[in-house]
Design a protein around this ligand. Structure first.
Ligand SMILES: Nc1ncnc2c1ncn2[C@@H]1O[C@H](COP(=O)(O)OP(=O)(O)OP(=O)(O)O)[C@@H](O)[C@H]1O
Length: 286
């Protein structure tokens, strides 16, 4: 797999505050990476560096371009969407298409119109008269009509209801994604994007604390509903996270011996959200 995006030794500080600390990430065709972290972890700053929107120290290569030096050329093949609330309320649907045509060299207006013709969105409607779901569809039409190799989504579904959030990701897979493209999506709500990700990177206080394929993550971490008589024994195996609820104690283990875990209780594969909570609550990070 040759890299479409390569970030190495990325550091960023605002005044005296270091907000990105030695970030290293690589992404190739067919990968959908979830960059997940709590508020203020550095997700947006990382994407801004990637897009050449902020200064940084370190090396970033996007499709052979250095974003801080060749931003314009790079953006011909990169589509970037911040949260969908950024569409101005006063703009009409057809004006939004004209705007995109003006700013994006690879925007295909016919493709956007064909997508919109399958919705109930009138071309002359102003954004402020559309429901949130319709705004999402309009946003999708704008994204999908950009013939980009890389799609960068920063909290794309912030403020949308659960149905429209799900619809957004379903369309993304059906209408944008293919094996020649890659996508980075940031979110706090990992449970909603877990099913579309091939890879996940967890970021905490500007540091990447986990970066692996979802398959590898699922085989590395295990959740055990520990039998009461084995609690002390289980603790001795250093669980990453322990949660007791309604008389059941669940422990999350990282890279533990499956044969030992099986003696402690019922073993299952945790969701990425479970692992995220475990990694974020851990006091010290190796
Ligand atoms: N322009 C700026 N000037 C000073 N500090 C900034 C600036 N932009 C971001 N920061 C700081 O950098 C850190 C990372 O911010 P960033 O927006 O990248 O986090 P995030 O993970 O995207 O957070 P959220 O999920 O809340 O959007 C925060 O501590 C933030 O206060």
């Amino acid at each position: 797999m040759s890299a479409m995006i390569s970030i190495s030794g990325l550091h960023k500080s605002y005044k005296n505050k270091q907000v990105l600390k030695d970030v290293n990430l690589t992404l190739g065709a067919g990968q959908i990476l979830g960059l997940v972290g709590p508020n203020g972890a550095g997700k947006t700053t990382c994407l801004q560096a990637l897009l050449g929107l902020t200064t940084y120290d370190g090396d970033i290569d996007v499709l052979g371009y250095n974003p801080s030096k060749n931003r314009e050329k790079m953006l011909a093949d990169v589509a970037y969407i911040a949260d969908v609330a950024v569409l101005p309320k006063w703009i009409k649907v057809d004006q939004a298409l004209t705007y995109m045509q003006g700013v994006h060299p690879n925007f295909n207006r016919q493709k956007a119109e064909a997508f919109l013709s399958k919705t109930n969105i009138p071309a002359t409607a102003k954004v402020k008269t559309l429901s949130k779901g319709m705004v999402t569809q309009l946003h999708l039409a704008l994204i999908l009509a950009v013939d980009a190799k890389i799609l960068i989504l920063d909290e794309p579904t912030l403020g949308l209801d659960i149905l429209t959030r799900r619809q957004f990701y379903a369309h993304l897979l059906e209408d944008f994604y293919d094996a020649d493209k890659c996508i980075i999506v940031t979110t706090h709500q990992i449970e909603e994007i877990e099913h579309i990700l091939t890879d996940a990177a967890f970021i905490r206080d500007g540091k990447i604390v986990l970066d692996q394929s979802v398959d590898d993550i699922r085989s590395r971490f295990k959740l055990v509903a520990v039998d009461n008589e084995h609690l002390e024994q289980a603790k001795a195996h250093n669980p990453l996270f322990t949660n007791s609820m309604m008389g059941i104690t669940s422990m999350l283990f990282d890279n533990a011996d499956p044969a030992i875990l099986a003696t402690l209780g019922k073993v299952s594969t945790p969701t990425l959200a479970d692992i995220f909570v475990g990694m974020m609550t851990k006091e010290t990070i190796q």
